[in-house]
Design a protein around this ligand. Structure first.
Ligand SMILES: [Zn+2]
Ligand SMILES: [Zn+2]
Length: 649
């Protein structure tokens, strides 16, 4: 039996194959259909070419387009196809690196004097598809370092020679498809025929090896798919995403702006944005009061020593805003990067007994963290932002109940904002190496169990990631999925054994002894800046009615009906509905279009008939004409829609 090996498949079944069997052979033994879809094989945890021979007993998972690693292999192989097409079209082109990225791939190339721009994209796409149709096999060849150097010296590609410098002889492989050979450790898909649709997306400059002293290469971004339909869908999503870009909509809806004079990464909230933000804050504030949180307020700066104690100085100190010095006393202050240390001091402000716990301190706390200017992005990466922060100090036996309550609160927030598809990631300790975690084994076990069982009790769709916990405690992160299928990380709940230790926090137990409380950090929105960005992108600016900056516009058909319009508007305001009367001397068509652009949910059109009957003609965004109705009926309709989202917590 020495020519036989045992292959363990993901379902746990063990099958015997001849030595040298490939992932593709295994797929064929299961079904031809599977074999046609296999892109690569995971062999003992490593991704291999599906055609590579397996010599020893192994655990094998066959990878298709539905696996992240399958897609990555597909896209990286497509980078080779792009390179082959470029070499055919641009003789003498030299190649840097060509990795897969989250969606698609790029290749950094040196085109010499040859130009490459948007007009050339189609030509390259066509060439890629022409080569793909030839079903060229990606052939793997182990090669000695000397031979590899000789090959690229002959070819004159200094970038590949530079890469070879760092590679160890005996571990070098070439991959060839058609007329193109690349230095690569793989893996790749079986042949180019799997690639049925290709699109060049973008071109940018990139320094070789990311070093600005090196030559600037041309980075060509592309994406490929196994079906044309999937590319079409992807391009449609890209278009939609562009339309929803929060930086674009934020400007159009007059929510926020940035000013060079104020400084990069420091958002300025315009009146409509500030109103939206205030409504979000008030909404959460009300729910938090009901959930037993106590509001606190702390300053925007804190003594450097505070952050040395908390450990944040070590983390943010030299890589963030530098300390502020007082002119006379030579004191040092830091801009607050985190609210937690301040809240620890509030906990310490008086003795606490086991009967007082839990205490929950909540603050919309603005924090400042340095981000490199190149990293800044609209409201999602900024230098100053406001967290909807809170810290719960509780006994170890209360962790589970507190987790349940926080999950309830987060779910309430998601429901009110229309996030219906979400999941949670639970981050626990590494299963083997437990040396890096602080806090007792007993408390960790208890907290991890508490998170798992509270998530289960609340029916959350969860994934558990071992080794993803912070050194100071396990956590649970919520991910929401928007209408375009994009995932965003939102609220987080984090257990912390570290800060209570560092701040020497205590409570007196029933036995009169001193104990350490457990600290839980939580922020359902994360930060208001990031949350508003996600809200804009996921709703395309069509906020739930309760949150809309302007819920309605009263549009008189002509000046003659101004008084009636004002009268109506007063009634609406009395019922806490907000909006405006469009008094401009414009045609009604223009008024309607402008209200549509600003995404106003309701338009109330008034003219002769409405005035005579004491009614309004209602148009609802996305639904069109609702006909004319008495004002009271409209108010009831609007209230019902508001209350649909805003049930009591
Ligand atoms: Zn490769
Ligand atoms: Zn915190």
């Amino acid at each position: 039996m020495e020519n036989q090996i045992q292959i363990t498949l993901p379902d746990g079944s063990i099958r015997t194959f001849p030595k040298g069997v490939s992932g593709l052979d295994i797929a064929r033994s299961i079904s031809e259909g599977l074999a046609r879809n296999v892109l690569a094989a995971e062999v003992n945890g490593e991704v291999w070419d599906a055609s590579r021979a397996i010599e020893n007993d192994s655990t094998v998972k066959l990878l298709t387009w539905n696996d992240t690693d399958g897609k990555a292999t597909f896209w990286h192989s497509s980078a080779h196809l792009l390179a082959e097409a470029l070499e055919a079209l641009y003789p003498g082109v030299k190649f840097g690196i060509g990795p897969a990225i989250e969606t698609g791939f790029y290749y950094d190339v040196d085109l010499g004097d040859q130009k490459f721009s948007q007009e050339d994209f189609k030509k390259v796409e066509d060439k890629m598809l022409e080569l793909a149709r030839q079903k060229e096999v990606y052939a793997r060849t182990p090669i000695s370092k000397a031979e590899a150097i000789a090959y690229f010296e002959e070819k004159g590609d200094e970038y590949k020679l530079d890469l070879l410098k760092d590679l160890e002889d005996g571990k070098i492989t070439f991959y060839s498809q058609g007329n193109f050979t690349d230095l690569c450790r793989g893996p790749h898909i079986p042949d180019t025929g799997f690639i049925k649709a290709a699109k060049i997306l973008n071109v940018a400059g990139a320094y070789w090896r990311g070093n600005e002293n090196n030559k600037m290469l041309t980075r060509i971004y592309g994406v490929t798919f196994p079906k044309q339909k999937e590319l079409d869908e992807y391009l449609h999503l890209l278009e939609e995403a562009k339309k929803r870009d929060h930086r674009k909509l934020g400007k159009e809806l007059e929510l926020f702006t940035f000013s060079e004079r104020v400084g990069q990464g420091l958002p300025l909230w315009l009146p409509k944005g500030a109103a939206l933000r205030e409504r979000l804050e008030n909404f959460l504030r009300r729910a938090q009061v009901r959930a037993g949180y106590l509001p606190v307020v702390t300053p925007h700066i804190g003594s450097k020593q505070l952050y040395v104690t908390s450990g944040h100085y070590e983390k943010y100190g030299k890589d963030s805003f530098q300390p502020i010095h007082t002119p006379d006393e030579d004191e040092e202050f830091l801009l607050k990067p985190m609210n937690c240390p301040h809240h620890c001091e509030i906990y310490r402000s008086k003795p606490r007994s086991y009967r007082d716990l839990p205490v929950r301190f909540a603050e919309f706390g603005t924090v400042y963290r340095y981000e490199q200017s190149g990293e800044l992005h609209g409201l999602t990466r900024v230098r100053g932002f406001t967290q909807d922060d809170a810290h719960i100090f509780c006994r170890p036996d209360q962790v589970e109940e507190e987790f349940m309550k926080v999950i309830d609160l987060v779910q309430y927030v998601f429901k009110a904002l229309g996030f219906n598809e979400y999941s949670a990631q639970i981050s626990l300790r590494d299963q083997e190496d437990r040396s890096k975690y602080i806090g007792s084994e007993e408390n960790w076990d208890r907290a991890e169990q508490a998170i798992i069982s509270s998530a289960a009790a609340k029916g959350l769709n969860t994934v558990i990631e071992y080794g993803e916990a912070a050194f100071y405690g396990p956590k649970l992160d919520f991910m929401v999925k928007d209408a375009l299928g994009r995932k965003w990380q939102l609220g987080t709940i984090q257990v912390d054994y570290n800060l209570p230790e560092r701040f020497d926090l205590e409570y007196t137990g029933a036995d009169n002894k001193k104990y350490r409380p457990v600290m839980i950090h939580r922020a359902p929105f994360g930060s208001l800046e990031r949350f508003v960005a996600i809200l804009i992108e996921s709703t395309a600016g069509n906020f739930p009615l309760w949150l809309s900056p302007e819920q309605l516009a009263v549009l008189p058909i002509s000046e003659k009906y101004t008084d009636y319009a004002n009268e109506i508007f007063l009634l609406l305001q009395e019922d806490d509905l907000r909006g405006y009367v469009d008094h401009r001397d414009e045609k009604i068509g223009k008024k309607i279009r402008d209200a549509e652009v600003s995404k106003t949910p309701f338009m109330l059109i008034v003219g002769e008939k409405e005035q005579a009957e004491g009614t309004v003609s209602v148009r609802k965004k996305g639904e069109g004409d609702l006909g004319s109705m008495p004002i009271g009926q409209f108010i009831a309709l609007a209230k019902e829609e508001i209350n649909k989202n805003l049930l009591k917590f």
